[in-house]
Design a protein around this ligand. Sequence first.
Ligand code: MTE
Ligand code: MOS
Length: 771
Amino acid sequence: MAVSAKSAAQRDAALGASLPHDSAHLHVSGRASYTDDLPEPRDLLHVAVGMSTVAHAKIRAIDLSDVLAAAGVVDVCLAADIPGSNNYGPIVADDPILAAALVQYVGQPVFAVAATSVGAARKAAKLVKIHYQELEAILDPLTAVDKASFVLPSETLLRGDPDAALKAAPHRATRRVFVGGQDQFYLEGQIAMAIPEDDGCMRVYSSTQQPDEIQSLVARAIQRPASDITAVCRRMGGAFGGKESQAALIACIAALLADKTGKPCKLRLDRDDDMIMTGKRHDFVIDYDVGFDDTGRILGIDFELAARCGMSADLSGPVNDRAMFSCDNAYFLENVRILSHRCKTNTVSNTAFRGFGGPQGMFAIEYVIEDIARRLRMDPLHARRRNFYGTTERNVTHYLQPVEDNIIDEMFDQLTASSDYEARRREIQAFNAGSAILKRGIAITPVKFGISFTSTQLNQAGALVHVYKDGTVQLNHGGTEMGQGLYIKIAQVVADEFQIDIERIRIMAADTSKIPNASATAASSGADMNGMAAKRAAAKIRARLTEVAAQHFATTEAEIEFKNNRVCAGEQELTFTELVQLAWADRVSLSATGFYKTPTINYDRETFSGRPFFYFAYGAAVTEVVVDILTGENRTLRVDILHDCGDSINPAIDLGQIEGGYVQGVGWLTTEELWWNERGELGTHAPSTYKIPTCSDLAPDFRVQLMQGTANTEDTIYRSKAVGEPPLMLALSAFHAIRDAIADSDNPLPDLRAPATPESILNALQGTTNE
Ligand code: MTE
Ligand code: MOS
């Protein structure tokens, strides 16, 4: 794996260095404390949730007598016991914390029980008797479309004249494609511990991407002002979007019982309950109709997207908006209609998952491109290049944002060369001609991913930096750490600002009492936004220190230089600590806040136009696979990735995100299958039936490179680019490599569904689907 070193002139000290994750030493020694590892307070009660066993029903009666009589049980909580608002919906108020009269999915929380041990609580929760009056359940998105069952109104984005373009096109292709959902499968499950404090206040430790929302939703549920609630998260053992909105359900339940009993309460879901109760990536059914010319260029396209949102809106509005924005991936679409249905089904409410609708939109267009190429008998590589955005023309997205930073052609030039794509394509053709059962396939796919929250107001961040008299620093900002390496990157920024060693910086937990009103750490914008806020906070203190130093050295501020833990003016110098002590003695404040809002973005949701994204992150991947066409089993043989992180703040962390994102994407598209039965019960709720990738699934030949010389053209933190989500979509190359392997002259356009499990591959080979 190659990482080029930053030129010394470009970066000082910590910036651009491949420093290890700040908690790496704790992760590997098992000493990193996650929420469940915190010392338990005296009298702690453990909470378990009683879940609905039916997909859609009126609750006629609930008999809790056996639950209350069970050993160790202290109290229970029903919807009727909630003093404040019985809702944890992040945008629309349609998410009851506890179902009151109606249950809408198997696994929906109906009541919660607090007991003296985890075992006692879980055992007791099973003793409830609920009398349901069952109602008709809608269990899949296509039925929902038929019955006009939606969590939010359908949306249409229209540019140009797709109908006329389709009619006039020399070639037409239509298809219905299916792409599955995905469980976040964070290794640390959902958990919260709520501790009542002095005078009605409450402290909530939560594994959450969004402490601010925990604070406000807990406050509303227990009817206290937000100022009485403090939410804290030092780290999560993975989140992947699954703890953006839905961590609040867990926190609210723990807080309700803490409020009711006056005792600290902890709720930790077991893995099966976590998978059954909390939302996942949306599965989509996508219909398309595309018109194209002899060269493979798209002339007009019509998309209809139907997403399984589950029983409530949750984040499905913005997730589906992003799916619509991402239907271009890296391609110019002049005449396009995208109709997006947000289907209401009696299944768990789907939510954020790395890519946030982007992967599904990109899945749609990549399938289109592949079909065009296969119909024209051209290498899909060339159909892709034929449709890429230009740099001076054909460079405006279907939502009217100009693409100003396009490097995708350059990336394809570099990656096809470094991966030896053309030669391997020929070699694979020769191999397949002589191999009846093992078939190899290869595909190259691009990624262009818009960076920013599409909801403009969320693009803001705050930081709080303290410098202590001994020259050490405490760093607070609104971002949360979920393993992605955000905290070390921000510490690198602050170390650079003060020109001090990274060891002097203590990285603090995300804490609503330090940073108010912070946005979720999501949309990959954690480092962009919190990095800028922290830099600004540190810069304020540095400016004050500069003034003190100038006075001390009897020189001008322009002469003062911070370098290598020292501050100097010509020959004179002080250690950073000495200067800090001078400033303290001078009664200069050594604490500052910083605030950042992403500039230039705006977006009109009514017309689906504007500049929703500050910039785009790019990547490209080549994957080669081999498929056994008798069994459908397959292996990845080689992966070549070229990814754009702008000027990376920490190449090692970024490489980790690229590798992890790719592998997680391959899981989504090949092995991770969610399966519900006809009663709406999720059958795949544990690793025994739900297959995430393991180390042994990694390609034996896995080559990842950061694109060089692509400093962000926008003024981001040190010209870096966001990296959290975009690499996941590099995995589309693995899916299309499989499809490439199984396509032949008898079956040139196999109807392969994602995930491409062996079963799905065999169905595609046989031209059958078991719908
Ligand atoms: N990486 C790890 N190790 N664990 C995670 O939970 N979440 C992903 C991505 N990378 C995740 C991860 C998601 S969904 C997002 S939005 C970003 O990290 C959030 O962090 P960032 O904004 O700091 O990139
Ligand atoms: Mo990431 S899906 O934006 O939490």
